[in-house]
Design a protein around this ligand. Structure first.
Ligand code: SAH
Length: 362
């Protein structure tokens, strides 16, 4: 049975399911989920991420990590945690870059939080030559305590979103059900849900009828920010908006093209914009220091992407154009680049002071 058939069966038996349950099944179903069944990255896959565009991305994150460790007072040991490492490319570039500071690379242990056994295997291959101890975990909670730096690139966008639509009588949860032809189709819960109305940010509560609001469960962000506040720092990089907003951003990508999110469950990547204002609010509520968000373009420029690119070009003149194009893609605020839509936010122990490269602009 395909995931589409399984979901239709479930909806026939028990009724429409919340959008978040649909997204969770499409991405994470243990047998049919998108990440469970494939390596989706790169030109031949469905989408490309920053670490797959250029090694410079991971190298700069590596320098950031060492700077934060120094700011933390160089604790030994230090746990370097990555959420959703994909192919393991970013961690591999980080570990190469941090070798220049043996005091760090000799005391770091790496913890990869990854649910897909197939991608865990891929990460094992990529990191086979790494000289630091690496372990895999299903959840951040399973990573042993102690001084910790957590990194998450394009992880949060893959976490399920809930959706609700405003009607005259209040906010109705948006669900996935079946249309007359038994195809998956969006529908609304028949009754308005007062709990949803409560959770809508105040400035959006007067929104006109018909608008849609998206949000994620708060628990994973609480866990992440709480860990950062108690033991070190966390860096979240993703695409999304800095202010709370209305409207649907759930999207499906297949072979680098947008497709209908309900058309091929489990076969297309499903993501939604990250609401950085929600992350900041949740993190501040658990007592974390919050720095940013700033754009990925600003972040990488502050970490010296231009200088690093110049050195790489000088060492590999035949690749100069490719390197320049990759850096432009990572930093450009234009539509073709990630520099404007992608944002970076940091959480930390309140005693730490501003995290590197995330200080507010002067
Ligand atoms: N960070 C990588 C991959 C991003 S794709 C990159 O930038 O290239 C999202 C990654 O998160 C995949 O590795 C996916 O399997 C993993 N993932 C998604 N949801 C997860 C969850 N709840 N727990 C652990 N890993 C998850």
């Amino acid at each position: 049975m395909s995931l589409g058939e399984i979901l239709r069966e479930r909806i026939r038996a028990h009724g429409p399911i919340p959008v978040a349950d649909y997204m969770a099944a499409c991405l994470g179903d243990p047998t049919h989920g998108y990440y469970t069944t494939r390596d989706p990255f790169g030109a031949k896959g469905d989408f490309t991420t920053a670490p797959e565009i250029s090694q410079i991305f991971g190298e700069l994150i590596g320098l950031w990590t060492v700077a934060v460790w120094q700011q933390m007072g160089m604790p030994v040991p230090v746990r370097l945690v990555e959420l959703g490492p994909g192919r393991g490319t970013m961690m591999s570039d980080i570990l190469r870059a941090t070798k220049v500071v043996p005091a760090f690379s000799e005391v770091a242990t790496v913890h990869l939080v990854e649910t897909s056994p197939l991608l865990q295997e891929r990460q094992r291959e990529t990191l086979a030559a790494a000289s630091v101890p690496i372990s895999w975990h299903a959840d951040l909670d399973d990573v042993p305590n102690g001084a910790t730096i957590v990194l998450a690139n394009e992880f949060v966008d893959a976490q399920p979103v809930h959706q609700a639509v405003k009607r005259a009588d209040g906010w109705h949860a948006r669900l996935v059900g079946l249309d007359a032809g038994e195809n998956l189709a969006f529908t609304l819960a028949p009754a308005a849900d007062p709990a949803i109305a409560q959770s809508i940010p105040e400035n959006l509560r007067d929104a006109p009828e018909g608008v849609l609001y998206e949000w994620r469960d708060e628990a994973p962000t609480k866990m992440l920010a709480d860990r950062a506040a108690r033991t070190g720092a966390a860096l979240v990089i993703d695409y999304g908006h800095a202010e709370p907003g209305l409207g649907e951003t759930l999207q499906a990508l297949r072979a680098h093209a947008f497709v209908d999110p309900l058309e091929t469950p489990g076969e297309a990547d499903l993501t939604a914009h990250v609401d950085f204002s929600a992350l900041a609010r949740i993190a501040a509520d658990v007592g974390a220091r919050v720095d940013g968000p700033i754009t990925q373009g600003d972040f990488l420029r502050r970490l010296g992407i231009d200088r690093r690119a110049d050195r790489l070009k000088a060492a590999n003149p035949e690749k100069a154009e490719t390197i320049a194009a990759a850096c432009a893609r990572l930093t450009s605020p234009q539509k073709t680049g990630m520099g404007g839509l992608f944002r970076v936010i940091g959480f930390a122990a309140p005693s730490l002071g501003p995290l590197p490269a995330l200080e507010p602009p002067r």
